[in-house]
Ligand binder design. Structure first.
Ligand code: 13P
Length: 266
């Protein structure tokens, strides 16, 4: 039975105070028995809010035993040095992060991130004992040109180069078709399943069948409480990387609940 991982990518949203409140509210709603005992739940606030969000989560966690884990939205490949504006994986670990999003399409689109730089960041995150959520996915242009699988294959080959182990408790892959992000055009369950199945077959070739079978593959792109159940019912969809709907504690916890139910573990 594969782990289920639902992560909220807050992107560049909320004030630090709102972030702390949101993290706390998520933890509170989940502690009321909304699937959190069977789903690994992660929130990824902006870097400036991590410490406050951690405090918000911790204040609930200690009482109820429900665990909401903390993630960052990026990390540099060096441990320290002259890299203005960057944050290292060890710094993130120090303040309580267990997760880091790597290679998000917005980093690729707006900040010059490439398969190669994403790979370097990924390797550092793994070396520092944090769990990466490694993002891949094709643009609309690439899908329309029938190149989606070719793009995914390249992103996995270069992006995961040098990674020694995948599988249970480690790296998570997020399939986020760029055309579905923030657009309301969610992939259909058929489109998601087809891509996830392809990703798993690639992982099987690059690593082993056993490792591929144990690896969590999340779907991301306009996931909401309304469509999460159908997407999560796909056999190769093991979680979600949620943007907009993670900014409201109600909708985010509803997605966690829907995920648990869709996998028959609610
Ligand atoms: P939306 O859920 O807002 O489409 O964002 C998805 C995403 O990019 C998560 O990383």
């Amino acid at each position: 039975m594969r782990e289920i991982v639902i992560a909220g990518n807050w992107k560049m949203n909320t004030t630090p105070f709102e972030g702390a409140m949101l993290a706390r509210k998520v933890a509170e709603l989940l502690s009321a028995g909304n699937g959190a005992t069977v789903v690994t739940v992660v929130v990824c606030p902006p870097a400036t809010h991590l410490a406050m969000a951690q405090a918000g989560i911790a204040s609930v966690t200690t009482e109820s035993g429900v665990k909401v884990e903390l993630g960052a939205q990026n990390a540099h490949w060096e441990h320290k040095g002259a890299f203005t504006g960057e944050i290292s994986a060890s710094m993130l670990k120090f303040i309580g992060c267990r997760w880091v999003i790597i290679g998000h399409s917005e980093r690729r689109q707006w900040f010059g991130e490439t398969d190669e730089t994403a790979n370097k960041r990924l390797l550092r995150v793994i070396r520092n004992g944090l769990r990466p959520i490694f993002c891949i996915g094709e643009t609309l242009e690439e899908r329309e040109a029938d190149r989606a699988f070719e793009v995914i294959e390249r992103q996995l080959k270069i992006g995961l180069d040098g990674v020694e182990n995948i599988g249970r408790g480690g790296l998570v892959i997020a399939y986020e078709p760029v055309w579905a992000i923030g657009t309301g055009h969610t992939a259909t369950p058929e489109q998601a399943q087809e891509a996830h199945q392809f990703i798993r077959s690639q992982l099987s070739e690059q690593f082993s069948e056993e490792a591929a079978a144990a690896t969590v593959i999340q779907y991301g792109g306009s996931m909401t409480p309304d469509n999460a159940g159908q997407l999560m019912a796909c056999p190769d969809v093991d979680g979600g990387l949620v943007g907009g709907a993670s900014l409201k504690a109600d909708s985010f916890s509803a997605i966690v609940k829907a995920a648990a139910e869709a996998k028959g573990r609610g």
